[in-house]
Design a protein around this ligand. Structure first.
Ligand SMILES: [Fe+2]
Ligand SMILES: [Fe+2]
Length: 173
């Protein structure tokens, strides 16, 4: 039987018989998926100026990565790399939504054609992007005074770590 499990990071619901290993939308770990009745919506978060600025930077990184993966998916050399780039693209957009919601602002998707025709080059570049995000998110998770901001940054840093593992594993040789 299907039950609604809702993610405390992105707010999306999965209708499944048991909580999946990861949120299919934002990629966060199973421990963030709660039965819908126990779910708590945080919405806009009251935060200090420094945390707001961190969310602003994070939103920019996520939208940038979203556009990059979208471009990479469109130019993918085979259906495996295309599938990976498309999933990463969706997750980055979901992350952008998480930061925008915490800040209480709308956001617009970005477009870019700044990616290569080569999966190899795009995977390499993606690694650079992910490492940049992981470093920054981990720092904010350690320093931010607000528990919800800490939670968002540490969970999303962990998801980006998974992105890094995926792109390393499928890096065409
Ligand atoms: Fe999620
Ligand atoms: Fe992300």
């Amino acid at each position: 039987m299907m039950h609604p499990y809702r993610c405390v990071i992105c707010g999306e619901t999965s209708l499944v018989s048991a909580a999946p290993e990861r949120c299919p939308f934002c990629g966060s770990d199973r421990k963030n998926l709660l039965p819908a009745a126990e779910w708590i919506g945080y919405g806009e978060v009251e935060m200090c100026e420094k945390s707001y600025r961190a969310c602003e930077i994070a939103l920019g990184l996520e939208l940038d990565n979203y556009a990059f993966y979208k471009c990479s998916a469109a130019k993918a050399e085979n259906q495996v790399t295309q599938a990976i780039f498309e999933r990463l693209m969706e997750q980055e957009l979901e992350h952008a939504e998480v930061f925008a919601e915490a800040m209480g602002i709308p956001f617009h998707e970005l477009e870019t054609d700044r990616c290569s025709e080569s999966d190899f080059i795009n995977m390499k570049k993606s690694n650079k992007h992910e490492v940049r995000a992981i470093k920054f998110y981990t720092k904010v998770a350690n320093e931010a005074p607000e528990p919800r901001i800490k939670q968002i940054f540490s969970v999303i840093a962990e998801v980006e770590q998974e992105h890094l593992i995926v792109t390393n594993m499928y890096l065409p040789r």
